[in-house]
Design a protein around this ligand. Structure first.
Ligand code: SF4
Ligand code: SF4
Length: 175
C-alpha cells in the first residue's frame, strides 16, 4: 500500500515570503476585478444589463404573462368554451361563463362569453397548454416577463388586465 509523505507535500506547497504577506493574493484579486471593470466600462464587454432601463430581446418562443385577444372587429375572441380551464395541469384558470344579451352582442361573436376569467400566476407553470388548446386563438402567453408583486391579489390576472385593448395588448408589448 502506498503512503503519502506529508512532509514532502507540505514542503512542495511552501509559501514564498511575499505570499505569506497576503498582499500578493489581495493584489491578484483586485487586478482581476480591475480588468473586468475596464472591460465592462470602456470596452463594452459587460455581460449584464442595466435593468429595467435596458432589457434583453425575448425569443419569439418565450412565455410571459397571458393576454386575451380580440378579433378584427374588436370583439372578445373568448367564447367561454372552458377548453383552457380543463387542460390546465396546474388548475390555475377560473372561468365563469355568461350569456350574451342583445346589449352586449356587438362585443362577442357567439352566444357565450367569459363573464369572469382569472389566471392565478402563483399556480401557473407557464406550460402554454391553454394557448395550444384554445380553439379561438383567444389566449396567448405573450405578455411581459416581469411579474413580481408584494401581494397575492396582484398575481391574479383578471380578464380586464389581460384583455387586449383595441389596437394593442393591455399588458404592454415585449421590448
Ligand atoms: S400556461 Fe399552463 S399552467 Fe399556466 S394557465 Fe396555461 S395551461 Fe395553466
Ligand atoms: S380562452 Fe379559448 S379555450 Fe379558454 S375559454 Fe376562452 S375560447 Fe375557450
Amino acid at each position: 500500500m502506498g503512503t503519502v509523505n506529508v512532509v514532502n507535500v507540505a514542503a512542495k506547497h511552501k509559501l514564498a515570503w511575499y505570499q505569506k504577506l497576503y498582499f500578493y493574493s489581495i493584489g491578484n484579486g483586485l487586478w482581476i476585478t480591475l480588468k473586468h471593470f475596464v472591460k465592462a466600462a470602456f470596452l463594452k464587454g459587460a455581460v449584464t444589463l442595466e435593468f429595467p432601463e435596458k432589457r434583453r430581446k425575448y425569443s419569439s418562443r418565450f412565455r410571459g404573462m397571458h393576454s386575451m385577444k380580440r378579433d378584427e372587429q374588436g370583439r372578445e375572441r373568448c367564447t367561454s368554451c372552458f377548453c383552457c380551464m380543463w387542460i390546465c395541469p396546474a388548475d390555475a384558470i377560473h372561468i365563469e361563463a355568461g350569456h350574451v344579451t342583445p346589449e352586449i352582442q356587438h362585443l362577442h361573436p357567439e352566444d357565450k362569453y367569459a363573464k369572469k376569467f382569472e389566471i392565478d400566476l402563483l399556480r401557473c407553470i407557464f406550460c402554454g397548454l391553454c394557448e395550444e388548446a384554445c380553439p379561438k386563438g383567444a389566449i396567448y402567453l405573450d405578455g411581459p416577463a416581469e411579474m413580481a408583486a408584494d401581494n397575492r391579489e396582484d398575481l391574479i390576472l383578471t380578464k380586464e388586465r389581460m384583455m387586449e385593448k383595441n389596437g394593442g395588448p393591455i399588458l404592454g408589448e415585449r421590448k
